[in-house]
Ligand binder design. Sequence first.
Ligand code: SAH
Length: 388
Amino acid sequence: MNNAIRLKPGREKSMLNRHPWIFSGGIQSVVGSPEPGEVVEIQSSVGQRLGSAFYNAHSQISLRVITDAPAGPLDRTFWMHRLDQCLSRRSRVRQTTNAFRVVFGESDGFPGLVIDVLADIVVVQLSSLGVEGLREIIQDWIVLNFNPAAIIERSESSSLRAEGMNPRQELWWGTTSGAVEINEGSLRYLADPVQGQKTGFFIDQRDNRRRVAELGSKSLLNLFSYSGGFTVPAALNGASTVSVDSSEPALALVHENLTLNGLELASHETIADDVFEFLRQHSAQYEMVIVDPPAFVKRRTDVDKAARAYKDVNRLALKRVLPGGYMLTCSCSQFVDWTLFRQILFAAGVESGRDVQVVGQFTQPEDHPVSLYFPEGEYLKTALLRVF
Ligand code: SAH
């Protein structure tokens, strides 16, 4: 490795704090002529070797730090070992489910790489040019460890263009044939890794599904239900349910998932509607209301607009909770932090006229870990509210 990036004086601080990103403004000079996505040596302003990173001159995040070790080649063995480490850290999660995230980007030492396992299908998302260069190693490792029916790349975010990458969906390996069945404890779900939203199933809501089951409410309003992730555990614990989503295919999956779990459809309703419209038109109340909208904000500049949407939906949903009941409300927007989320809930609470207690605050499950040094990795915020 001959190419190196020398940082401006003081800019090595973020590395010393173990943060994995260095922005273009921190670069003093480029030694050699590294290609976008290539591994480079990181040097302090006086030439001291600090570690290695993926370099991408096209990206605001010019350096994505791979290691702060001063020596050692970043060869196939290095990457295979790091992937093995990710897998071994999932051994507890794998005891109860075959749907889990095995690599979670920066938090797992793989800037720009996400790998989800859904039964015998593996879904890969690449979001940095650096990991794109590891495709062969990643594929070999997946085949070796999971012997999958298919490996599907779903790198579809429009933000990839800022990295100099094209959004795409591509079959890397094997063949796909529609939805797969996944298990989570005693729950069973169909997930569609090709057509489905995200990578086919919201595996990151696993702990919240358990919480909803445990509360054992007798009636559930599941807003933004998708395929019924929350509907099924509530129904299995005796709730009648109403699932609302704007997507007809998602609601068809709610029916299939209820049936798959041995439930009769009679006390389970699905409503294809815009949630905001639905909440304005109906007034029935439920023991438990779930609010799990999509990321209303995908860019920092949209935060104000998104905050209003979050406040509106939470205000309207709070009115749908029976006195003494619960509301589980989420934000999966990276740009809505806990402080803002609490402000939004505060405003929604005041405007709803209800008395509201926060009885739980949660983030992602352990297969979506948040590195202490990379708080940006915490995207899922959940508040469990008790409403009077
Ligand atoms: N709670 C789900 C995941 C929700 S994903 C789970 O646990 O699996 C967000 C869902 O909101 C998607 O299914 C999408 O179709 C739906 N959606 C987005 N905007 C909507 C709107 N305005 N009204 C109703 N549904 C909407």
